[in-house]
Design a protein around this ligand. Structure first.
Ligand code: ADP
Ligand code: MG
Length: 260
């Protein structure tokens, strides 16, 4: 349950950003505390993926104003790789395929890089194999996926499950899931949501970006934010997602325009 006293994990303040000279984010404000699940919903093109890419440190997006604090530190000054090592995890809307790199090797390198950063022992191939097999069950993935190239030829649902597997291994402090539900059938959706729910703990937080309300039947957020035209126009509890399902997004834009 939410506590006003829990640690602030992420603060986004008046964030503005552009791509190729086009302003995309126009003043985003967001605060996420430990233990909370936040959802961002909004029409296509509203800037949701832009926000997630900026959090991950994507070089194509230029921050033009505002600030982002992660665990109290200026995130925007931290290299992308360092962000990942410090517990920030992004599940991409379109997971990359990496031909020629085995999924198992990829996962082990990522896992050990984070372990090393935390001052822990790196796991050898044998111990890592044991760990990854245990985590596979969380996403109901077959071990055969470990020996294939990362995401190569995976179906949409398999790629998304693979993202959740990465997350289960890396145990991030802040996980940003960008449309992890898109293209999933209901069984895959449930598996992904179960994985997220099992990984949600009092000391970590989740930012779930979604276009559709249906994911939020399975992952129950503490807060729902509606983003449109580069801003968060409205914040509410989980019922706000149901209101969007029933009424669409136009009323949020209209109320924002008339200052209601
Ligand atoms: P969402 O995830 O909410 O659908 P995006 O953040 O992907 O929205 O995109 C927001 C807007 O930014 C869109 O109008 C999109 O066309 C534009 N945009 C995003 N990336 C780029 C890019 N690399 N170059 C030009 N425009 C971009
Ligand atoms: Mg998007």
């Amino acid at each position: 349950m939410i506590s006003e006293n829990s640690e602030v994990i992420l603060t986004v303040r008046d964030l503005t950003a552009e791509v190729d000279g086009t302003p995309i984010l126009k003043g985003v404000n967001l605060e996420i505390r430990a233990g909370e699940i936040h959802a961002i919903m909004g029409p296509n093109g509203s800037g949701k993926s832009t926000l997630s890419k900026i959090l991950a440190g994507h070089p194509a997006y230029e921050v033009t104003g505002g600030e982002v604090l992660y665990k109290g530190e200026n995130l925007l000054e931290v290299e992308a790789e360092e962000r990942a090592r410090s517990g920030l995890f992004l599940a991409f809307q379109y997971p990359l395929e990496i031909p020629g790199v085995s999924n198992l090797d990829f996962l082990r390198v990522a896992y050990n890089s984070k372990r090393k950063h935390e001052g822990g022992e790196e796991l050898d191939a044998f111990d890592f194999d044991e760990l990854v097999r245990e985590r596979l069950s969380l996403v109901k993935m077959d071990a055969a996926f470990l020996n294939r190239s990362v995401n190569e030829g995976f179906s949409g649902g398999e790629k998304k499950r693979n993202e959740i597997l990465q997350m289960a291994l890396l145990e991030p402090t802040l996980a940003v899931l960008d449309e992890t539900d898109s293209g999933l059938d209901v069984d895959a959706l449930r598996i992904v949501a179960d994985g997220v729910n099992q990984l949600s703990k009092p000391d970590n937080s989740m930012l779930v970006i979604t276009h559709y309300q249906r994911l939020l039947n399975y992952i129950v957020p503490d807060y729902v934010h509606i983003m449109a035209i580069g801003k968060i126009l409205r914040t509410g509890g989980k019922d706000l997602a149901l209101e969007v399902e029933a009424r669409g997004y136009d009323w949020v834009l209209e109320e924002a325009a008339t200052g209601v």
